[in-house]
Design a protein around this ligand. Structure first.
Ligand code: PLP
Length: 384
């Protein structure tokens, strides 16, 4: 192999982020402070009015805060997809509630709404749609179902920045809380980080308090308001989920670059659609006309005509210096979830079949057309 290794994802971090982080470090204010306020305000402006955006140190933290604020607890059930990262469901267990996993739609690989309906019991309290790979779930149906049964909706939008449903940005839909991730491989990054978004002031208030130890004032407020800096009250046993100004410094500039990042991802996705069309592959579902797919991931599946296995394709690409990943080993195949809920692959025929043939190929803004050509040529060779 004489070419450099092409990873499946890489962040694109420019001089603006580096300068702003240096500025944060030099300012002496490195924990949550003015840059985090600025990042939250910019995020609110990006999504549009009527929302409160709370920066947190991961999407996992945001999802935990969301379910806690909604009062999810022991005995409650939360319905979500088996084709997700364990963060979606571990937060349900943090609160002593149970995750009820359901199968996906075979075309979009998003949660199957008919399966949600079938899984509703008197204990069901919430639905957590995951916008898989950056394609929105059918939110009108999910919100209608939630309204009908009096359920809460928390969108796991870790992949979905920016994604639209019916022309509206995810984050602005009528769910209770939406949570974005800024993990290193996401569509924008703060290294680690996330944003919990809600239009409900009561939920925002609870998440704000629980984000920082259950204290009724954060450090920045204590050092900038007229009440004595040392005084605060603990009103609940909260968590340590605040985002640092070092991370927010990155976020401010990553967010400003998001429109350009999206264009690049859309361009690369369109190129894959064109150049991979003749191969024995099932290419990912695109967004409906007029809607935006964030293209966080480009997940291909081998079709029945393929003469090689998924693992052989991964090996073939690896031999050619190309990184891939699999999103995901479905939760029903992980020992903890499998054993706790006595799950079998037969209970999730669509997700399980997709899992066996899927891989995520490189898609990130900093990859060149030549990098992408390498992936395309390698796939042609491996699938020949
Ligand atoms: C679907 C999904 N939900 C939640 C998370 C958790 O995000 P974070 O790493 O920011 O906690 C991820 C992260 O990879 C994810 O892919």
């Amino acid at each position: 192999m004489n070419q450099t290794f092409l990873p499946f994802a890489l962040p694109e971090i420019g001089e603006e982020e580096i300068a702003e982080v240096s500025n944060a470090l030099r300012s002496g204010w490195v924990t949550t402070g003015p840059k985090t306020r600025q990042f939250e305000q910019a995020f609110t402006e990006y999504l549009g009015g009527g929302l409160e955006c709370l920066a947190v140190n991961s999407a996992t933290a945001g999802l935990h805060l969301a379910l806690e604020a909604l009062g999810i607890g022991p005995g409650d059930e939360v319905i979500t997809t088996t084709l997700t990262f364990t963060a979606t469901t571990e937060v349900v267990r943090y609160l002593g509630a149970d995750a009820v996993l359901v199968d996906v739609d075979p075309v979009t690989l998003n949660i199957d709404v008919a399966q949600i309906r079938a899984a509703i019991t008197p204990r069901t309290k919430a639905i957590m749609p995951v916008h898989y790979a950056g394609l929105a779930c059918p939110m009108d149906e999910i919100l209608a179902l939630a309204r009908l049964y009096g359920l809460k909706v928390v969108e796991d939008a870790a992949h979905a920045l920016p994604t639209t449903w019916g022309g509206t940005l995810v984050g602005q839909l009528q769910s209770d809380i939406t949570v974005f991730s800024f993990y290193a491989n996401k569509t924008m990054t703060t290294g680690e980080g996330g944003m919990a978004v809600t239009r409900n002031p009561e939920l925002a208030k609870r998440m704000k308090v629980m984000r920082l130890h259950g204290m009724n004032r954060d450090a920045f407020d204590r050092f900038t308001s007229k009440t004595p800096a040392w005084y605060y009250e603990v009103v609940a046993p909260g968590f340590k989920y605040n985002l640092t100004d070092i991370a927010s410094a990155m976020g401010i500039h990553q967010l400003a670059k998001l429109p350009r990042f999206l264009l690049r991802r859309q361009y690369l996705a369109a190129r894959y659609f064109e150049k991979l069309a003749a191969l024995p592959l099932i290419l990912p579902a695109d967004a409906p006309a007029g809607d935006v797919h964030s293209w966080h991931l480009y997940v291909i599946r081998l079709s029945a005509e393929a003469k090689v296995t998924r693992d052989q394709v991964i090996q073939g690409l690896s031999d050619r210096g190309i990184g891939t990943s699999v999103h995901y080993v479905p939760l029903h195949r992980h020992p903890y979830w499998r054993d706790r809920y006595r799950l079998t692959p037969e209970m999730f025929p669509q997700a399980d079949a997709a899992y066996q043939t899927m891989l995520s190929i490189p898609l990130f803004t900093a990859m060149s057309d030549a990098d992408q050509d390498r992936v395309i040529v390698a796939l042609v060779e491996v699938l020949a």
